[in-house]
Design a protein around this ligand. Structure first.
Ligand code: G3P
Ligand code: CA
Length: 240
């Protein structure tokens, strides 16, 4: 069965990367959630996509220059049509809730713009604290960081993110010890998905929001995909 990961939770309807978005993704039928992690000024793991808070909150400034206390005061639902207020969660906030569910968790390390020295260690420490090693996939566009994660924690799955066609991605994945790949959906034609999965490399394309694309991935037996609309995906899966 093709698994469904809610991108930043249920971002099509709820404010991205917030607890309400993650909880609604689960209610909508997601098997897992995807979220983005960065480090605050006081080295707390916070769940937010952009290097600044400007787009997704009512504040301004750079995430790494704000303390957790400052970040927690911001409203991450300021432009939402469904929710009045939502705070920026820490990764611990998410783990605390998620550990009592059967959801999978894809943690994207947002460490391309800023490397966030020490972030890999902190994320792995938290995964171990909650005993979530089997349920977490670490992904990043920074593939060096994933190699480092594998060195620190070979038991935790890693998945390189990429947006353009990659030559023989299953060979590449094996070379960096990744058990899966997370390509942009356009970089994941059926033959690539089939070749990867025959080689034992799971494919989870992002961000899949169109019905036709979802149907293609269900039909080819893709391991999973990441979508803003887990409700639509779950309904289509029932029909397929
Ligand atoms: O993990 C898939 C996707 O989230 C990667 O791109 O920019 O939405 O974080 P982005
Ligand atoms: Ca992401």
């Amino acid at each position: 069965m093709t698994l469904i990961f809610g991108h930043r939770g249920y971002a099509a309807v709820y404010p991205e990367n917030t607890m309400i978005s993650f909880k609604e993704a689960q209610k909508a039928g997601a098997d897992g959630i995807e979220l983005d992690v960065q480090l605050s000024r006081d080295k707390e793991l916070v769940v937010i996509h952009d290097p600044t808070v400007d787009r997704t909150t009512d504040g301004t400034g750079t995430v790494r220059e704000l303390t957790l206390e400052q970040l927690k005061q911001l409203n991450a639902a300021h432009q939402s049509k469904t929710v009045d207020f939502a705070s920026i969660p820490t990764l611990r906030d998410v783990m605390e809730w998620l550990v009592g569910t059967d959801l999978l968790l894809n943690i994207e390390l947002k460490n391309v713009v800023y490397p966030y020295e020490g972030m890999e260690e902190l994320v792995i420490e938290l995964i171990r604290e909650y005993g979530m090693e089997e349920r977490v996939i670490l992904s990043s566009f920074n593939h060096y960081s994933l190699v480092y994660c594998h060195r620190l924690a070979p038991d935790i799955e890693t998945a390189p993110l990429y947006s353009e066609g990659l030559y023989m991605p299953w060979v590449y994945a094996e070379s960096i010890k990744a058990k899966s790949i997370h390509p942009k959906f356009r970089a994941a034609p059926n033959e690539i998905i089939e070749q990867c999965q025959q080689a034992g490399i799971a494919v989870r394309p992002y961000t899949v929001n169109r019905k036709g694309e979802m149907k293609r991935l269900f039909k080819v037996g893709c391991a999973a995909f990441i979508t803003d609309d887990p409700h639509l995906a779950a309904n289509l899966r029932e029909e397929s």
